[in-house]
Design a protein around this ligand. Structure first.
Ligand code: SF4
Length: 76
């Protein structure tokens, strides 16, 4: 059975995939206070990869204090 600890969500645009690990998230609110057009906890899915340019999303991901948010470059 999949434990809650293992849940990992991925959100992609053409260039990158943002990875969110909810069990690490400390709900610091940095991400949505910093970039509500992409990170909006009231919406489902809560990450909208169309909401900003890739560089801006990366900047916000890097500002996540718990590292619950990370990203990887898409390969293909
Ligand atoms: S910035 Fe990181 S720790 Fe804070 S709410 Fe967003 S994902 Fe969670």
């Amino acid at each position: 059975m999949e434990s809650k600890e293992n849940i990992v969500k991925e959100y992609s645009n053409d260039e990158i995939t943002v990875i969110w690990k909810p069990h690490i998230c400390t709900h610091s609110t940095n991400c949505w206070k910093g970039l509500i057009s992409v990170f909006d906890p009231r919406k489902k899915p809560w990450v909208n990869m169309e909401g900003a340019r890739t560089e801006r999303i990366i900047k916000q991901v890097n500002a996540c204090p718990s590292k619950a948010l990370t990203y990887k470059e898409n390969t293909n």
